[in-house]
Ligand binder design. Sequence first.
Ligand SMILES: [Zn+2]
Ligand SMILES: [Zn+2]
Length: 252
Amino acid sequence: MYVEDFKIRCDKCNKMLTADRDFFDKGSKFCRCGNTIFRSPSQTLRICYNCKCRIIYKEEVACPACGAPIAPDNSVLPDSVKEEVYRDANEILDTKFVREGDVERAKILFKSIIGYKDAGACAKDCDKKIADLKYSIVYYKAGVKVISAREMYRDACRTDYAGKVEDAIILLKDASQIFSTIGMYEDSLQRVDECNKLITEYKATAEKFNKEKEKKDKKRQRYEFMKKMKIAGMIALGVFCIIMWAFFKYFV
Ligand SMILES: [Zn+2]
Ligand SMILES: [Zn+2]
């Protein structure tokens, strides 16, 4: 028996489908008949006493594989089957890159054998794990923003470009806000401080760059003005010379 063996029944065409990652991660699955089956909290796992088929359904149904009637709950299952379910659930949690959907699957398995060993406590742990996974994704995304901001800042310092520093500040503000929404997770609060410190530092740099640019602009303006004055002066001198030349030629 493998952990992907969950079966769901389409309530429109009555066909049995495999409850795969779509069903657990996205919470819904398309049936070929055009129906969408949504995962609901009231759905439970029934295990066929006869062939051990696993069905996720709301009502008591016959086993889709062998046709044997399935009990309304799994309490009548022999311990050997419960042990198998218990082992499968732990196996899912032991895999390297566990996703939210995987933990959901394990939780359904544990919940289906509550009363057997510590299955009840394990199901509760799954809830905590799911919350942690959600936080970790958010935490990771905010972390990536900080890294990008730092890279942007380094680039900006090479080119003295204030605009890029300002973009980095926007990223940091985003990251800081995200970290503050997951407050108690890991070192999120420290990360908020880190972001705010960087924002202060970057703002000072942006201001410095802006001032330098202003200075340079003024210098250039002055230089261009002087150049124009020089040309005007030369033209005036030229005109004066021609007049003098004409004067001397015709009147002297
Ligand atoms: Zn269908
Ligand atoms: Zn069966």
